[in-house]
Design a protein. Structure first.
Length: 132
């Protein structure tokens, strides 16, 4: 019953998560540009862009994330074509991961895998007319 331990764990998890966001963006920038000098810039820009996406309140941080990452990497001197590739690759990987995790979760929760089936099942759950 030591609350500071829970806070320490929560803080550790937060730092680990933030570190992974930095690493992902640094590696994406390195992969696309082939320039190690942009990796550190890419990691920092990715963190700031992710925060901007969260603040935007739009699903997946649409536009807030993209515009911020475009502006920061552009200001740092990363070529425009590379920035577009980085943003597109990041979005594609995020969507692919959501699909890979979402399909098994949908099956496990009994809401199916097709869009129509999922919407129908969520409507049933929301209206209180759940079927076993």
């Amino acid at each position: 019953h030591r609350p500071w331990r829970r806070l320490a764990w929560a803080g550790s998890i937060l730092l680990f998560d933030v570190g992974l966001y930095w690493l992902r963006h640094a590696l994406l920038v390195l992969l696309v540009t082939g320039e190690p000098k942009w990796a550190v810039v890419g990691g920092g820009a990715g963190l700031i862009a992710t925060l901007a996406g969260i603040i935007s309140g739009l699903p997946m941080g649409l536009l807030g994330y993209d515009a911020t990452l475009l502006a920061l990497l552009g200001a740092a001197g990363v070529p425009f074509g590379d920035i577009i590739s980085i943003i597109t690759l990041n979005r594609s990987l995020n969507i692919a991961m959501a699909i890979m995790l979402g399909i098994p979760a949908g099956i496990r929760l009994g809401i199916g895998t097709g869009l129509i089936g999922i919407l129908r099942r969520l409507k049933e759950i929301g209206s209180g007319n759940e079927r076993p």
